[in-house]
Ligand binder design. Structure first.
Ligand code: PMP
Length: 453
């Protein structure tokens, strides 16, 4: 057996891939071996455009010289030492930088190693903050329908994506659910009414339960895994105002939206919102190494500060928290943002994407096309006029992305929503090429007389 065949066999025999039905994988295995810029190459030498930024995190493309060098330089000093009771140099420098680029009320950086862990920390921090403050009744969390915050038990408890979370029902802690202001298929008259209705419902919830509510958690401006749903303008600002009125913490999860993805450094900047707690991960290292952070206000931090005997300490920490290699590459990553004016560049790229995606609107089964910066979702439907979805079993999203793969582009669907999230460094030509592949693949799959299930 040659090496390629051996790897294919071994991958199906020994691996268990995340968010993957292994039976699907077995019939179409894919093994990536290398990358250059926004191109990924598999073990057979076939090349693919990275249309999902290697799961929403790659920024500059693969093998970015400055990032490779930053890791090598740090390796010559040390790879890792613990942050439990001891700081390290890149963790300090990165914290300074994060405080500088996030809203001014966020003053403290607590590290971890994935989006989900940064969210777990946000939940525990908000909960313990009220306990330490003597407001023992404030223990509940308000979440929005279709929220997604990662896959650990706390993160799924504040998540609301039925397909992923239903099976774990009794493992999850209960939350108070408020409606996400969904615009597509909304019975209301337009963006402003969708916003007002959702804020009115949220106000009613806050009014009734504010004495028991610790925090509300949400993905700012655009829900990712819940279907690429965009909030109506002004909704997020309205939530912030309600939080202030009712003394409820605002936790924003910028894991997917952070670091220029939406055309601003952070999505909250679109509406000038100042959260109490904010989570970041994914793009923080340019997509190189697992690192995350939870940022909090000084007001929250000071409720944890005191004599050990007071039991105010935040007893939370992962082995690789604040890892030096991760922090060093994150620092190098943020330097490139400055040098290349990457956020402004991303905003320009978003305009190119917008004009290219306009052509997809003509597709017979493209029900809704949603875009915020370089975060896009194309919802495939059976009937464009009514928004009637395809029968679930037809798996149009899945088959469309398989077809894209054949044509040289990788992405993953969310049900029948095709995700398009290319690296910020994608060239205009590469964007055009990817949109063309998506258009052809969607057309080939959805307009086939009979679709294979
Ligand atoms: N929050 C959001 C908004 C996300 O999109 C994700 C991942 N897609 C997470 C949290 C979880 O991050 P991770 O996969 O790094 O745990």
């Amino acid at each position: 057996m040659n090496e390629q065949a051996n790897l294919l066999e071994s991958s199906t025999k020994n691996l268990w891939l995340p968010f993957t039905q292994m039976k699907d994988y077995e019939s179409d295995p894919l093994i990536i071996e290398s990358g250059e810029g926004i191109i990924l190459k598999d073990i057979s030498g076939k090349e693919y455009l990275d249309g999902y930024s290697s799961l929403w995190l790659n920024v500059h493309g693969h093998r970015k010289k400055e990032l490779n060098e930053a890791i090598i330089e740090q390796l010559d000093l040390i790879a890792h030492s613990t942050l439990l009771g001891a700081a390290n140099v890149p963790a300090i420098r990165l914290a300074e930088k994060l405080i500088e680029i996030t809203p001014e009320n966020l003053q403290r950086v607590f590290y971890s190693d994935s989006g989900a862990t940064s969210v777990e920390i946000a939940i525990k921090m908000a909960y313990q903050y009220w306990q330490n403050k003597g407001k023992q009744k404030k223990k509940k969390f308000v979440t929005l329908t279709n929220n997604y915050h990662g896959d650990t038990i706390g993160a799924i408890s504040i998540g609301n994506v039925d397909l992923f979370h239903r099976v774990y029902g009794s493992l999850m802690f209960p939350t108070i659910k408020a409606p996400f202001p969904l615009q597509y298929r909304s019975p209301y008259s337009g963006e402003a009414e969708v916003k007002e209705r959702a804020l009115t419902e949220l106000r009613a919830i806050f009014q009734e339960h504010h004495e028991e509510i610790a925090a509300i958690t949400l993905e700012p401006l655009i829900q990712g895994a819940g279907g690429m749903n965009i909030m109506p303008g002004g909704y997020l600002k309205g939530v912030e105002e309600l939080c202030r009125e009712f003394n409820i913490l605002l936790i924003v999860d910028e894991v997917a939206t952070g670091f220029g993805r939406t055309g601003k450094m952070f999505a909250i900047e679109h509406e000038g919102v100042q959260p109490d707690i904010m989570t970041v991960a994914k793009g923080i290292t340019g997509g190189y190494l697992p690192l995350a952070a939870t940022l909090a206000t000084e007001e929250i931090y000071k409720e944890f500060y005191g004599e050990y005997q007071e039991m105010k300490t935040f007893f939370h920490g992962h082995s690789y928290t604040g890892n030096q290699l991760g922090c060093a590459v994150a620092l190098a990553n943020l330097k490139i943002y400055e040098k290349e004016k990457l956020v402004e560049q991303a905003a320009k790229k978003a305009e190119v994407i917008k004009s290219e995606l306009a052509a997809l609107k003509r597709l017979k089964h493209a029900g809704d096309i949603r875009q915020l910066g370089l975060m896009c979702g194309i919802e495939l439907v059976q009937d464009k006029k009514t928004g009637k979805p395809f029968p679930w079993e037809t798996r149009m999203g899945y088959h469309s992305t398989l077809e894209m793969r054949k044509r040289g582009m990788l992405t993953r669907p969310l049900g029948d929503v095709i995700v398009f999230m290319p690296p910020l460094a994608s060239s205009d030509d590469q964007i055009r090429k990817m949109v063309q592949i998506m258009r052809d693949a969607i057309e080939a799959v959805t307009e086939k007389e009979k679709t294979v299930v």
